[in-house]
Write a protein that binds this ligand. Sequence first.
Ligand code: UGA
Length: 443
Amino acid sequence: MKRVTIFGTGYVGLVTGTCLAEVGNQVTCVDIDQAKIDGLNQGRIPIYEPGLEDMVHANVRANRLHFTTDAAKALSAAEIIFIAVGTPPDEDGSADLRHVLAVAGTIGRCLDHDAVVVNKSTVPVGTADKVRHRIQTELAARAVQPRVDVVSNPEFLKEGDAVKDCMRPDRIVIGTDSPQAIDTLKTLYGPFNRNHERLVVMDVRSAELTKYAANAMLATKISFMNEIANIAERVGADIEAVRQGIGSDPRIGYSFIYPGAGYGGSCFPKDVQALERTARQFGYEARILDAVEAVNRDQKHRVLAMLEQHFDDLKGRTVALWGLAFKPNTDDMREAPSRVVIEGLWARGAKVQAFDPEASHEAGRVFGERADLTLCSDAFAALNGADALIVITEWKQFWAADLAAIKAALKTPVVIDGRNIFDPKKAEAAGLAYYGIGRGRSV
Ligand code: UGA
């Protein structure tokens, strides 16, 4: 059992803290947001993440998981301190380290015993050095000298699967040259490191770069497939056949080659940009990353272009949107393609009737009350009187939707399938004018 303190109760901090408590550690989660901490202490979970709520409640009941805004108290007995606060992009796309360094300052001002500081936030190469420097400066000012190792331990959680990914990680990357820190983290991660070795130990800068390289590679796969889909539309090929044709090659693989309306979320767009900026700062122009970003920016407009191709003028039209979240199983709308589509529809004078199983509340917060946006409480209500349906998030419940019922509910039977969830032949047989991504007929 270790005593762990985690700064930041967002996706990463809350999930990591809860999973570490689940395997028996004493965990204190710290946040500066008093309302969030009050909510957590009353059992309210600030995010939607499958399995998380029950796990938080069980570990709070077992007295292993605590929430506080009192950093000094939370640090008083901590053996391992995680930094899991946000690194939003600043104006030029670089990661903003203000929150990370503020936590480092707090640690330096409060700590009076040896500890391992673990950086989980996604931070540019070189940040561990800055964190170490900030902590040491504060310690020196207080004339105390505990041993503090700063380790990079990036997270690879996927929203919607975060608890599962945390309990059963593919790999645990540890960046440090301190044998003591390696030992401490080996013990901490022991329960997650079963059956085969998952710990990959390396120097701190390589660990920091590993995180960006992983996200940039995944984003590249998606933009690459979207580019091939755009070619498929022009040459009259079907990207779904092509996807299966290439995915069967184990060197390519089936995952992350689904074309669609572009990638979103709080990670890929931000991390691809931040890596480009880092490369530039070090005198290198990352041409592939520039292209990945540009293709994705355009791809978010693809479904709008298809709609305009069908109707010429969208003014006065009502468009149904299935999905608001940037992907299924989350209520997160950060950088979601739905936002670009909704703004684009409004700019063209159309109204939106949207349904999302989890993100309606978030959409209300993002857009506020507006006459040209109706947030519907079920999928078919959104179709009522609409001129077209755009599928923008591939929630499971949409896959099996009755195509004849969609036709009956729409005023004009047009479906723009931004995630290729329907079979074009079946859609057409049901009397729908169907447009998919890269499915050969939409240019
Ligand atoms: C991503 C990574 O997958 C995690 O490994 C990483 O830890 C996380 O970022 C992070 O840096 O914190 P996440 O942003 O939750 O996780 O979402 P993904 O499941 O990776 O999806 C990202 C976007 O790509 C979504 O908009 C999704 O619709 C899109 N996507 C995904 C496609 O368009 N095509 C695909 O084939 C796969």
